[in-house]
Write a protein that binds this ligand. Structure first.
Ligand code: ADP
Ligand code: MG
Length: 239
């Protein structure tokens, strides 16, 4: 059983059709990277999986269940965006527990999950601070922590590091990879336009151009045997 199955999906923005019947199966525990230049449809695909936009046709399955018409909150996913969107007046702890409080999760359970996520991300010492007392990298860790406490089987990341400087980006990339290893069976779907990020993080890369899949394969396959000139150029020339 696939963790995520995108079946013959088309998304329409009025007359503009994106992905004329895209299919993609993601295995449990896999780290999949959606890679391609701006406008190629990475966010659209991720948002369709998340349920943040409707599909015009086709189906989305998550964890063996057809979730095509389920609300995002009922899909068993957690999402991390490029902008941190933390609540400015809440402490880190409150930011991380907000979603769980809304879902009426029992208090001790909230505490356990927040403490565990904070430890994994090494932000325990920041739990009582407010977002404006944090650096960019620390804020992004909190944003990841907020997703982590949801205990989801599938994590969706939309360019989570692209607002950070190169050094922090490298650091957090390593951190995310380690997190994935420590979480075991958690499936990650990660959007980026950065080839290096894709190469270092992915079990498999989906290369997109103009809302079409160009190639799906391991970093090694894509690097050694690019399916076409676009893939060769895009993957072979670091920015
Ligand atoms: P990426 O995330 O790879 O930069 P997107 O998924 O955001 O690309 O966009 C894919 C294509 O769909 C682009 O051509 C974009 O202009 C178009 N698009 C995205 N969102 C909308 C929207 N809400 N309305 C109309 N067109 C959109
Ligand atoms: Mg995008």
């Amino acid at each position: 059983m696939s963790a995520v199955s995108v079946r013959d999906v088309t998304v329409a923005f009025e007359a503009f059709r994106v992905f004329d019947g895209l299919s993609l199966d993601i295995e449990e525990g896999e780290f999949i990277v959606l890679l391609g230049p701006s406008g190629c449809g990475k966010s659209t695909l991720l948002n369709a999986i998340a349920g943040l936009l409707d599909v015009a046709s086709g189906q989305i399955w998550i964890g063996g269940k057809n979730v095509t018409w389920e609300e995002p909150k009922d899909r068993g996913i957690a999402m991390v965006f490029q902008s941190y969107a933390l609540y400015p007046r809440m402490s880190v702890r409150e930011n991380m527990s907000f979603g769980l409080r809304m879902a009426k999760t029992p208090k001790p359970e909230i505490e356990r999950r927040v403490n565990q996520a904070a430890e994994l991300l090494q932000i325990t010492h920041l739990l009582d601070r407010r977002p404006d007392q944090l650096s960019g990298g620390q804020r992004q860790r909190v944003a990841i922590g907020r997703a982590l406490v949801r205990d989801a089987a599938v994590f969706l990341f939309d360019e989570p590091l692209s607002n950070l400087d190169a050094k922090l980006r490298n650091e957090l990339r390593v951190e995310i990879k380690r997190l994935h290893a420590r979480l075991g069976k958690t499936t990650m779907v990660y959007v980026t336009h950065d080839q290096i990020e894709a190469m270092t993080l992915a079990d498999r890369i989906v290369v997109l151009k103009e809302q079409k899949v160009q190639q799906i394969g391991s970093p090694d396959e894509i690097y050694r045997r690019p399916a076409n000139l676009f893939v060769a150029g895009f993957v072979g020339s670091p920015q």
